[in-house]
Design a protein around this ligand. Structure first.
Ligand SMILES: NC(=O)c1ccc[n+]([C@@H]2O[C@H](COP(=O)([O-])OP(=O)(O)OC[C@H]3O[C@@H](n4cnc5c(N)ncnc54)[C@H](O)[C@@H]3O)[C@@H](O)[C@H]2O)c1
Length: 443
């Protein structure tokens, strides 16, 4: 498989398979050199499905301790115990929160349980590592910020790309002015296959006995047992924040981090269900145009066709472009020749010759002087580690030092609001606005 075909999911898969990620982020090197950064934190995993079990492994890989695993499907308990023998298990997350030995919880449930559990956890005195999207709704995101401040508990949101060295390199380039002023950002995620469209296989033993369906739907409209809704929850807005919650948040986290913004001003979405029809209400194409005031951001997301695959963010400045993929950051400076000769072709010869003579050594002329800008070379910075373990190292260090983690609750609130704006615009078929002063949505 070529490097360009390795996606975040595959990268994580190979790390979990036992080859701990080979590259070390800049901060990781610092963390290893600093014993205070290696605080051993005892966690409870809440939501131990595909992602929760990856996170369990990541916690163990960076020296954390997993004291208990909470989930609603028995098969995941057996898998957790294959990762760490004799791990205690429970279906009741409040049992995890009541344990005195647990400093932090790792929440990787379906989206509709992130905020309710995180808020209770903070009130119970636990720090929280919460998967993205931080919440299922905008009011929950604002509440998480409030509760984190009131309780002094830390939140690290799980968009691990913030801990990737390539994302940091992109920020360094952009903030140093290497591409000038950024007026336009383009993000894309194309995932055309069945797994990309969340048609996950349902375990053959799934039944109301092995799955705690009542707990799963305790805070949403009740339905008879439905294994698809449980194991493929992303296809329904009752449990998920759709493509926006699944993929926009990864892309927009990079945008917000690199450009230092928290909220968009408005969003307008289009989309629909084109290929993966049947019982679902989440679209398989969802495109959104955001206005951030200083720049526009276009998010192009589909689960039906492919171009170059993976997650891509391009920052377009007036002096160059920075592109972030899942495996590299690339700086492509523009090397323009300032050129005034083209419009002068319509002038009579005497005027043209006079103008050229007068402007040939005039570097500041608005219309340009036929001169070459300094040539800058394209640079590529290769990403080696997937980010999750470094994200945990940062979180665990902060649990010890009480500093805010790299993807703290206010940051998570910003990307959650942006993702929910895209969903609301899609559902209401209209542009929606965010008032960052009043923290209020206007539809
Ligand atoms: N950061 C990343 O790269 C990344 C990757 C994958 C998934 N995720 C996020 O992780 C979350 C989970 O995704 P997944 O693919 O693992 O889904 P999944 O369906 O495999 O796992 C979710 C698990 O949550 C459990 N659960 C649901 N409600 C619960 C409750 N009230 N108490 C305890 N357990 C509960 C279910 O039993 C299930 O096993 C999603 O929010 C997703 O967006 C993030």
């Amino acid at each position: 498989m070529s490097e360009a075909q390795i996606t975040r999911r595959e990268f994580m898969g190979s790390a979990i398979a036992g080859t701990a990620a080979t590259g070390l982020a800049l901060d990781t090197r610092a963390a290893r050199a600093n014993p205070a950064a290696n605080t051993q934190v005892t966690v409870g995993i809440i939501g131990a499905g595909i992602r929760g079990l990856e996170l369990m492994q990541a916690v163990l890989n960076v020296g954390g301790k997993v004291a208990v695993v909470c989930d609603l499907y028995d098969g995941h308990f057996r898998r957790a115990q294959e990762i760490q023998a004799d791990t205690p298990t429970t279906r009741e997350y409040r049992e995890v929160l009541s344990r005195k030995d647990i400093q932090a919880v790792v929440i990787a449930t379906a989206d509709h349980w992130h905020a309710p559990i995180a808020i209770e956890a903070m009130k119970a005195g636990k720090d929280v590592y919460c998967e993205k999207p931080m919440t299922h709704t905008i009011p929950e995101a604002l509440e998480m910020v409030k509760i984190s401040k009131a309780t002094g508990r830390l939140v690290q949101v799980g968009s691990q790309s913030i801990s990737m060295t390539s994302t940091r390199k992109a920020r360094e380039w952009v903030q140093a002015g290497q591409i000038g002023s950024v007026f336009m950002v383009q993000c894309s995620i194309y995932r055309p296959n069945a797994i990309g469209a969340w048609r996950y296989p349902v375990p053959p033993d799934a039944s109301p006995k092995t799955v705690d369906w009542d707990r799963f739907q305790a805070n949403v409209p009740k339905r008879p047992f439905d294994a698809a809704r449980f194991f493929q929850f992303r296809n329904w807005y009752d449990y998920s924040a759709g493509i926006a919650g699944d993929e926009y948040v990864h892309l927009l986290s990079r945008v917000h981090y690199v450009l230092g913004v928290q909220y968009p001003r408005s969003a307008v979405s289009n989309g629909g269900i084109y290929k993966w029809t049947g019982d679902r209400d989440v679209p398989d194409i969802h495109n959104t145009m955001y206005d951030y005031g200083k720049f526009q951001a276009l998010v192009n997301a589909n689960l039906v066709c492919n171009w170059d695959g993976g997650e891509i963010v391009r920052f377009f400045g007036d002096k160059g472009t920075v592109e972030l993929t899942e495996w590299a950051a690339t700086l492509a400076p523009y090397n323009p020749i300032e050129e005034y000769l083209y419009p002068l072709e319509a002038w009579p010869k005497d005027l043209k010759d006079k103008f050229i003579e007068e402007h040939k050594s005039d570097p500041l002329a608005d219309c340009g002087t036929a001169r070459q800008q300094p040539q800058r070379q394209k640079e590529t910075f290769k990403q080696e580690a997937e980010g999750t373990e470094d994200h945990f190292r940062n979180f665990f260090e902060c649990v010890g030092t009480r500093k805010q983690p790299v993807e703290a609750v206010e940051f998570g609130c910003g990307t959650a609001v942006a993702c929910h704006m895209a969903n609301i615009s899609y559902q209401k078929k209209q542009r929606v606005f965010w008032d960052a002063e009043k923290l209020a949505l206007r539809v």
